[in-house]
Each structure stands twice: as C-alpha cells, then as structure tokens.
Design a protein around this ligand. Structure first.
Ligand code: HEC
Ligand code: HEC
Ligand code: HEC
Ligand code: HEC
Ligand code: HEC
Ligand code: HEC
Length: 422
C-alpha cells in the first residue's frame, strides 16, 4: 500500500517538472534571443541600419512597437514584394526614404527575425556589447564538455566504490557484533559478489586512478595551445579574397614582417588605399561559402564607418571608431620570436608557419606554436648561407666542427635556451 502511494507521488512530481520545463521553453521560443539577434543584426542589417540613428535606412530601435509582427516578417523577407502588393505602410516608408530599396532576406526564418527584434527592442547594455568578443574567447579556452563529462563519470564511479567499501566494513562490524544482515537480491546481489572479490575491486580502483590521471594530463597539456583558434573579427576580412583571389602580396599589408620582429596588422589607412575606390564586392557570383555579395559589401561599409569615409560625397567625415582586431597568434611574454630573422634571413615562406592563408576565408592559427614545434624545425631546416657574408665564415668554422657540409639552424645555435627565452 505504502509503495503505491510513493509511486503516485513520484509520477506527480515528474508531471509538474515536465510542465515547468515546457512553460520555460515555450517562453524562450516565443520571445527571441537578443544575443543571437545581435549577431544576425550585425551580419545582415548593420550596413544600413543603426538602433538609434538614421543611416541608409531608418533607426530600428523599438521598431516592434510601431509595426505588427506579421508585417515585419513580410517586410524583412521581401520588402519589394510588400510594396508592390500596395500595403499602405510599406509604400509610405519606401517613399519617405526616397525609394531606396532594402535588401530582401528570404533566408531568414521567423525565429531569426524574432531574435533580431528581441535585439532591436532590448539591446544588451552598452558595456556588455564591448565584451562580446572576449566572451567568445573565454568560451573557447574553457573546459571542453567531454572532459567535464569524463571527470563526472569518474567521480561518480569512485563514490560508488567508496560507498560499497564503507557498507562492506559496516557489514563486517555488524556481523562481528552478531547482528543479522539480510542479503539483497538481483542486481545488488551481483554487486555484493563484486565487492567481496578483493582483487576485482583493486583492479577497478587502479583503472579509475589511471583514467583520471589520463584526463587531467590531457587537459593540462593543451592549456595555452590555441591551434585552430579562429575568433570572430570586428570586420569580416577575408584573406582568401585579398591574398588569394586578388593576389595581393602578404607584405603589402604586413610590411614589417620583412624588417622587424613583428609582422604587424595594417592600419585602416592601408585598406583605404584601395577601398576609396572599391566600395562594393563584385567578385565571384557563385559564393560556395554561404556568404552573399550584400554581406561582403556590408563589411566594406563597416570599414567606411570605422575610418569615417562617406562613399557618396567621397570625403572623410572625421567621425572615426577604431577597429580592434582580435589577436590570434600569441606567444607567451618569455619567448623571443623574430619575423625578419625567419622571413628575410632564413627565407622561410609565411605559409610554412601560417598555413594556406590565401585560402582562409577566416584567419585561424595553423601551427601549434609550442616549443617542440620551434625546436623541431630548427633541427630539420638547413640554414641558407649562400651570398651571406656574415654566415660564410661561421659556416666554414662550424661545418669543420661538426664534420658536415650542411648546417641546420640547431647547429647554428638554434637550440640554445637563451636564443628564444629572455
Ligand atoms: C541595403 C540596405 C539595407 C539593409 C541591408 C537592410 N535594410 Fe531595412 N531598410 C532599408 C531602407 C532604405 C529602409 C527604408 C524603406 C525603403 O526605402 O525601402 C528600410 C526599412 C526597414 C524597416 C522598416 C522600418 C520602419 O520604420 O517601418 C525594417 C523593419 C527594416 N528595414 C529591417 C531590416 C532588417 C531586420 C534588416 C536585416 C535583416 C535590414 N532591414 C537590412 C535598408 C536596408
Ligand atoms: C589587404 C591586407 C592584407 C593582406 C594582403 C594580407 N593580410 Fe594578413 N591580415 C590582415 C588583417 C586586416 C588581419 C587581421 C584580421 C584577421 O585576423 O583576419 C590579418 C591577419 C593575419 C594573421 C593573423 C594575425 C594574428 O592576429 O595572429 C596572419 C598570420 C596573416 N594575416 C598572414 C598573412 C599572410 C601569410 C598573407 C599573404 C598570403 C597575408 N596575411 C596577407 C590584412 C592582410
Ligand atoms: C590592394 C588593394 C586592397 C587593400 C589594401 C585592401 N583591400 Fe579589401 N578588397 C580589395 C579587393 C580587390 C576586394 C574584392 C572586390 C571584389 O571582388 O569586387 C576587397 C574586398 C574587401 C571586403 C569584402 C570581402 C571580405 O573580405 O569580406 C572587405 C570587408 C575588405 N575588402 C576589407 C578590407 C580591409 C579591412 C582592408 C585593410 C586591412 C582591406 N580591405 C585592404 C582590395 C583591397
Ligand atoms: C618561422 C615561422 C613563421 C614565419 C615564416 C612567419 N611567421 Fe608570422 N608568426 C609566427 C609566430 C610564432 C607568431 C606569433 C608571434 C608572437 O606572438 O610574438 C606570428 C605572428 C604573426 C602575425 C601576428 C601579429 C604579429 O606581428 O605578431 C602576423 C600578422 C604574421 N605572423 C604574419 C606573417 C607573414 C605575413 C609572414 C610572411 C611574410 C609570416 N608571418 C611568416 C611565425 C611565423
Ligand atoms: C619553419 C622552420 C622554423 C620554425 C617553425 C621556427 N624557426 Fe626559428 N629559425 C629557423 C631557421 C632556418 C633559423 C636560422 C635563421 C638564420 O639563418 O639565422 C632560425 C633562427 C631562429 C633564431 C635565431 C637563432 C640564432 O642562432 O641566432 C631564433 C631566436 C628563433 N629561430 C626562434 C624561433 C622560435 C621562438 C620559434 C617558434 C615560435 C621558431 N624559431 C620557429 C627556422 C624555424
Ligand atoms: C627555438 C626556440 C626555443 C628554444 C631554443 C627553447 N625554447 Fe623553451 N619555449 C619556446 C616556446 C615557443 C615556448 C612556449 C610554448 C607554449 O606556449 O606552449 C617555450 C616554453 C618553455 C617553458 C615553459 C613551459 C611550457 O612548455 O610552456 C620552459 C620551462 C622552457 N621553454 C624552457 C626551455 C629550456 C630550458 C630551453 C633550453 C634547453 C629552451 N626552453 C629552449 C621556445 C624555445
């Protein structure tokens, strides 16, 4: 009788929590997510719209209060269609904006638009906007889910094991004191047999300890290695389009790589050398990568906003907002690395270390940048001493010392700690 009541209560509890869950998630769906919305807005709309100020199109802050949702869905997916249908509001706003057409977004779903509207009605507070990029960074370097899961499983298993041992000891004490302990049936019977087998228990404990050490070691070894790191940049700048399709030399933009320690990121003035005249993207029509011409043109507009260039008047407005590129390659402070030494003196191609940059739509870190990576290459790469007065003499002496014709960077001193560490 008791058991039945108990079950009844459990199922009721289950029902209640299910209902709560449904309520919560339906609320999430109905309202849209302002964070996703912000991203969608920045990629699709920010070229023409601002929340507070007029740009190519009207300010969109709080537009949801002015128009109804169905109208907005129709307008955003295809404003030209809505205007043609004779909708009075659509025609009015089109006339008000001197018949400047708005891009159609047939690919945005209703949910996407809900997200965008959640953002335009309720943008995250300004100081938070600044940190969005950093948040991504933190997310990337956080604990991967598999490791958390692995650790949880191990901890859980250890707890079970400890519980079993405690209960065994208790049982022993009990029987020593002459108290009767009932044996359990079924699954727990197997468990009892397992716990009784000292050897099995020992083996499992050792296994669990090794497994946890493995996980911990694996995690520690990858701290600080950001291979593949690919942050979202403030302007979607494509190396594929610049260095690949348009064959612009790396050194046009990273000119200091040849002559100094760092390669440097070009200032926006360098961009404007070309972009005073290139205001829209007219490259390959079939964009297999999923980006659109409008998107690329919008990104060039962001460059204009940043340097304060008005492409219609062809003049600088003086209103600038600096672009902060997220740094991707970054050695720790205690390591000394010099670009000109590798690019100019050793004649190594950028791609040897940075990978096929001319194919990268989005820049990412190609090599691990670990000490092992530097040292391996120093062991393997011969130093080019031809036509290099400085090296010819050293080369002669050293090749005599090592008894070889060719010298590697390592034999030239490239493994000395002090060369790479301050
Ligand atoms: C190429 C520029 C351009 C882009 C990109 C653009 N818009 Fe527009 N938008 C306009 C213009 C211009 C108008 C004014 C009406 C007209 O002339 O067509 C407008 C009007 C609107 C209106 C009506 C505002 C009102 O007061 O009723 C909404 C809503 C809107 N846009 C939303 C969006 C959203 C959301 C996006 C991104 C998904 C977007 N727009 C992208 C140019 C653009
Ligand atoms: C038209 C200018 C331009 C050209 C040409 C160019 N880059 Fe860049 N490069 C940039 C800008 C802007 C960034 C910063 C944005 C980014 O990371 O995508 C950058 C970033 C990088 C980075 C990452 C910097 C970091 O933060 O660690 C590397 C590596 C790089 N470029 C290598 C190359 C190589 C190699 C080539 C030639 C194949 C090349 N670039 C050609 C403009 C240029
Ligand atoms: C040597 C000339 C040149 C320089 C310098 C240059 N660009 Fe470009 N840029 C181009 C060309 C060419 C295109 C492609 C236009 C096309 O195909 O219609 C382009 C396209 C773009 C696009 C749209 C495609 C994309 O990459 O997203 C953006 C954004 C852009 N440039 C930003 C920049 C920025 C930022 C800089 C400075 C770091 C810069 N450009 C420097 C020539 C240049
Ligand atoms: C021997 C390997 C190697 C070669 C060759 C190389 N780089 Fe780098 N590059 C690096 C390393 C390592 C870093 C990180 C440096 C740091 O954090 O101090 C880096 C960083 C960069 C950065 C980030 C900003 C900076 O100045 O640190 C850019 C941009 C860059 N490289 C461009 C280039 C270009 C362009 C070339 C070819 C002309 C090139 N690199 C050749 C290894 C290399
Ligand atoms: C792709 C091969 C390659 C990689 C990767 C590489 N190096 Fe080098 N490095 C060379 C070569 C070749 C030389 C010899 C250049 C010369 O002629 O002086 C050299 C020379 C040096 C020197 C000067 C050594 C001396 O004898 O004066 C330093 C310091 C150095 N590298 C640091 C680094 C660091 C730090 C890294 C990793 C972040 C690194 N290198 C990665 C190939 C490489
Ligand atoms: C060719 C360049 C180079 C030489 C030579 C070199 N190191 Fe390093 N070392 C590095 C780089 C790059 C890192 C940073 C690795 C990272 O961030 O993962 C590093 C990191 C370290 C660290 C920090 C631990 C770690 O792995 O992050 C120690 C300690 C260290 N080096 C000691 C030495 C000693 C001792 C020597 C001499 C036997 C030496 N290094 C020679 C490039 C070098």
């Amino acid at each position: 009788m008791k058991k039945v009541i108990y079950r009844h209560q459990i199922s009721r509890l289950f029902g209640i929590s299910l209902a709560l869950l449904l309520l919560f998630s339906s609320q999430l769906f109905g309202q849209g997510d302002p964070v996703k919305g912000k991203q969608l807005f920045n990629t699709n709309c920010a070229a023409c719209h601002h929340l507070e100020r007029k740009m190519t199109g009207p300010a969109l802050g709080g537009v949801e209060e002015k128009r109804d949702k169905e109208w907005l869905y129709k307008w955003i997916k295809n404003s030209a269609g809505l205007i043609k249908s004779g909708d009075a509001d659509a025609v009015a706003i089109f006339e008000e904006w001197n018949q400047v057409p708005m891009t159609a977004f047939p690919l945005l779903s209703d949910q996407d638009i809900d997200d965008i509207l959640a953002y335009t009605s309720n943008p995250p507070a300004p100081p938070k906007e600044e940190t969005v990029v950093e948040e991504e960074v933190v997310e990337e370097s956080g604990l991967p889910n598999e490791i958390i899961l692995g650790a949880l499983i191990i901890i859980f298993a250890m707890l079970l094991m400890m519980l079993a041992m405690v209960s065994k000891v208790l049982r022993r004490i009990a029987s020593a004191n002459g108290v009767e302990v009932a044996e359990q049936e079924g699954l727990s019977g197997i468990w009892q047999a397992f716990v009784k087998n000292q050897f099995l228990v020992l083996v499992s404990v050792i296994f669990l300890l090794l497994a946890s050490a493995y996980f911990a070691f694996g995690y520690l070894m990858q701290i600080g290695i950001d291979q593949g790191y690919e942050p979202i940049q403030p302007i979607h700048y494509s190396h594929k389009i610049h260095a690949g399709d348009n064959e612009i030399d790396c050194k046009f933009c990273h000119s200091s790589a040849r002559v100094s320690k760092s390669a440097g990121i070009p200032s926006l003035n360098v961009c404007m050398n070309c972009h005073e005249n290139i205001s829209e993207y007219n490259g390959a029509e079939d964009l297999a990568n999923g980006y659109t011409k409008e998107f690329y043109t919008g990104e060039i507009q962001k460059l204009y906003d940043a340097v304060g260039w008005d492409p219609i008047d062809r003049a600088y407005t003086g209103e600038t907002k600096p672009v902060e590129w997220v740094r991707i390659h970054n050695l720790p402070d205690f390591v000394y690395f010099n670009h000109s030494q590798h690019v100019t003196v050793a004649g190594i191609e950028c791609q040897t270390c940075h990978g096929p940059v001319e194919e990268m739509e989005i820049m990412s870190q190609h090599s691990s940048l670990t000490m092992g990576w530097c040292v391996n290459c120093h062991r393997e790469t011969e130093v080019k001493v031809k036509d290099n007065g400085y090296y010819e003499k050293i080369h002669e002496e050293l090749s005599k010392k090592y008894g070889v014709e060719k010298l590697t960077a390592a034999q030239m001193g490239g493994l000395e700690c002090g060369k790479c560490h301050y």
